[in-house]
Each structure stands twice: as structure tokens, then as C-alpha cells.
Design a protein around this ligand. Sequence first.
Ligand code: 5GP
Length: 206
Amino acid sequence: MNFLEEKILVDGVIKEGNILKVDSFLNHQIDIDIMRQMAYEFKRRFSGVEVNKILTIEASGIAIATLLGHLYDVPVVFAKKSQTANSTDDKYVSQAYSFTHKKMNNVFISKPYMNATDKVLIVDDFLADGEAAHALIDLVHQAGAEVMGIGIAVEKGQQKGGSKLRSEGYHVESLAIVESMDWQTQTIKFREQPVLKLQNPNLTLG
Ligand code: 5GP
């Protein structure tokens, strides 16, 4: 069991409809120590991968992306969401269906913030059906940039997003992969993964 799985077991709440709530450390209140550990673990898992930009989608990916951007010392861009049809002027625009809000969002990046020389590491809080990740990939490709990897905090392995992205050839690293969860018994099973060994338990980003 790794630090994130342990945190989910202690603080996560399983809701009806296959939703895992982790508001106490990721989606509402942000636990900086957990974010820091996640950033270090992504950096370790993507070691040897060239990255000059971190990309996420508002809002919950921003905290992880920021700490990761600090570790790589590269800019962090977050795609914005909007329900209204946007003019495509000066923006790369894609669409993603929101699993949690049950609605279609336009997602966009202003053109100056993504370009053909970018080697992009995509990060997000959750991976479910892969809608958000595919929209981000689409935006990167519209800019002529390259997706170097996809780092996910919590992958819901019972949904199709992770297997689809991997079958498309993307390097996906998920720190916790939920195999199954039951809201009535509040039980959760994770896919076996190598234990995350932190080199320095007293991590600092400075
Ligand atoms: P996908 O686009 O892969 O279908 O879903 C991922 C997005 O939906 C994430 O950005 C996340 O915001 C949200 N999401 C999907 N499933 C869950 C969940 O079980 N819990 C939470 N908190 N967010 C989720």
C-alpha cells in the first residue's frame, strides 16, 4: 500500500454512482504534504523523460501540476473549461464530457501558452473514462506539441480511460488505481502496484 492509497482509505468517501470523494486533501482542501509526495513520485516515474511544460485542466489538477512544475522548473498551463461555445480565435479548443457534472465542457488553451516545441507532461487528479485526458491530448496536438506522458493521482481502473490511453501508446502513470469500490460498505480495492519508495522522507521542494 502506498501513501496515496493509505490516505484514500483513511479520508476518502465513496459515493453512490462510482464517485470517490477526496475533498479533505485533493478536491477542496489541499494537503500540501501529499501533493509534494505525489510530485516527487511523478518525477521519479517519468525520470529520463524530457519535459518542458506541465499541462492540467482546471480546477483540481492545478495543485499537483504546480508542485510538479516547481520540481521540473518549467511552466504550468491549465486548460480552462467553459460551457458556452467559444470562438476558436487565438485558442485551441476541444471538448470533454464531465463525469462528475454530467455535462459537456469546451476546454481551451490560449495559443501563446502551447506551441510546437513543447514536450508536455499531462497531469490530473482523476482518470475515469479518459474524457479530460483526451481533450488535453487533443489541445497539445492542435499546437503541434508532443505528449511525453500522463500522470494521474487516482485512476478508476474499473472505467475505460486508463486502458484506452495505454492501448493508444501513451505512457500513463497512476499513483493509485482503484480496482473496485462499494459505497454501501465503504470498501475499496486497489490494483497491486510496486510500493512507492521515497528517497527522502523529509521532502522539501526548496
Ligand atoms: P474522465 O474525464 O477521465 O472521465 O474523468 C476525469 C475527471 O472527472 C477528473 O478531472 C475529475 O475531476 C473528475 N472525476 C471523475 N471521477 C471522479 C471521482 O470519482 N471523484 C472525483 N473527485 N472526481 C472525479
